[in-house]
Write a protein that binds this ligand. Structure first.
Ligand code: 13P
Ligand code: SF4
Length: 377
């Protein structure tokens, strides 16, 4: 089997970008500097009220990811919107009748919403909120990688730009990646995967598929440490370990359950243990604690607060999303996601395939019938 061939500096700025703002890629350092200050209790109540009113007036709905500030999660649910993983964010945004979607999360989530609903206005609290996987997978280099392997079916993670999706046969999120790749493998496909090396390795280990992988990483999940996690497990012998598959293989090896953010939530509810160690962004703890009042959730250890810790288990780009900016973009229409319509049409193909595949699986259709004839095989 081919080994992985592309190594990337995953925090590299986009080609042509500079540090002066505008088109510059927002590094972790810049992202932390842009995290909005916590509003006071009075300010928070006033901002929430303003957002509720604006949502009504502007025919808008909030779609939030589990990693953003609890205020943005709770407000989304309370106003008839959604807080969820990236797969359900895409489906909800596509199906909701509102003319405006306010997507709190990172850029690829807003782009996916716009690609699926080009007629809707998609607003984000901060358009510079990006993702190390997206930043580490520039389309020119990824396209050249694909060109070198025309015999492979290109499967990309949702955490990519619209341009990278436009190069792909399939898009997946971590909640359906195993099912899609297993079905493709059963049909004889060889896979070119990008950009997350850990998720790619996990899929390869679980499915046995022939996969060639881009070498990007999530700066949050890359920081969880297996040695320290093993020690924490010893100190909490009854605790179950829940891990997102963007973590490294030695961390996943210690897991009692591996899954997407919604997969982790389901596991915590399903399992009888009362104590859990959680190796994903700390933003998920809000929902985990809310849904499981009798259970205790402990953060898995990261590199610590030293020089090597870029996130300490919280995504700096997710942290850029704030209540005041939700109100501001609703008020002014700033922060609108734009995707070139022609590019969007092409990028929509692999997203639609994923949504049709997962809907088909839910309806009991055989996976093979859902991937037949799609890809390089
Ligand atoms: P989920 O699809 O599991 O919500 O993950 C998105 C993400 O960015 C994880 O880091
Ligand atoms: Fe990207 Fe990681 Fe942040 Fe998720 S947590 S958006 S994968 S950098």
């Amino acid at each position: 089997m081919d080994s992985a061939v592309i190594n990337v500096e995953y925090e590299q700025p986009a080609p042509g970008a500079d540090d002066a703002g505008g088109s510059a890629a927002c590094t972790t350092r810049q992202a932390w500097a842009r995290v909005p200050p916590e509003p006071s209790a009075t300010e928070r109540a006033a901002l929430k009220e303003r957002v509720r009113r604006l949502l009504r007036e502007r025919d808008a709905v909030m779609v939030s990811h589990y990693y953003v500030h609890p205020d943005l999660q709770d407000l989304a649910e309370e106003t008839g919107g959604l807080v969820s993983d990236s797969l359900e964010m895409a489906r909800f945004g596509r199906d909701h009748p509102a003319g405006t979607l306010v997507v709190s999360g990172v850029r690829f989530m807003g782009e996916t919403a716009k690609i699926l609903s080009p007629q809707k206005r998609v607003l984000m609290p901060d358009l510079e909120a990006n993702c190390s996987l997206d930043l580490g997978c520039p389309v020119d280099a990824f396209g050249a990688f694909c060109d070198q392997h025309p015999d492979r079916t290109v499967v990309v993670y949702a955490n990519t730009s619209a341009a990278v999706k436009a190069r792909a046969d399939w898009m997946v999120t971590s909640s359906c990646a195993l099912d899609v790749v297993r079905a493709l493998d059963a049909q004889g496909h060889k896979i070119l995967w990008g950009p997350d090396r850990h998720l790619g390795d996990y899929i390869r280990r679980e499915t046995g598929a022939d996969m060639l992988s881009w070498q990007g990483a999530c700066i949050v999940h890359d920081e969880f440490k297996a040695v320290e996690l093993a020690l924490l497990k010893e100190a909490h012998p009854g605790a179950k370990v829940l891990v997102h598959p963007e973590a490294a293989a030695d961390v996943i090896a210690l897991a009692d359950a591996v899954g997407s953010t919604s997969g982790i939530l389901n596991a915590a509810r399903r399992m009888e243990a009362t104590e859990f160690i959680v190796a994903t962004d700390t933003g998920l703890l809000h929902k985990l604690r809310m849904l499981n009042p009798g259970k205790t959730f402990i953060e898995a250890p990261t590199a610590g607060n030293g020089a090597t810790c870029k996130s300490c288990a919280h995504c700096p780009w997710m942290a850029m999303n704030g209540l005041a900016d939700v109100a501001r973009v609703l008020e002014t229409g700033a922060g609108e996601i734009q995707v070139d319509p022609a590019l969007g049409l092409r990028a929509r193909v692999p997203i639609d395939r994923m949504l049709a595949f997962t809907a088909g699986l839910r309806n009991g259709q055989p996976p093979g019938s859902l991937v037949a004839g799609i890809g390089a095989a």
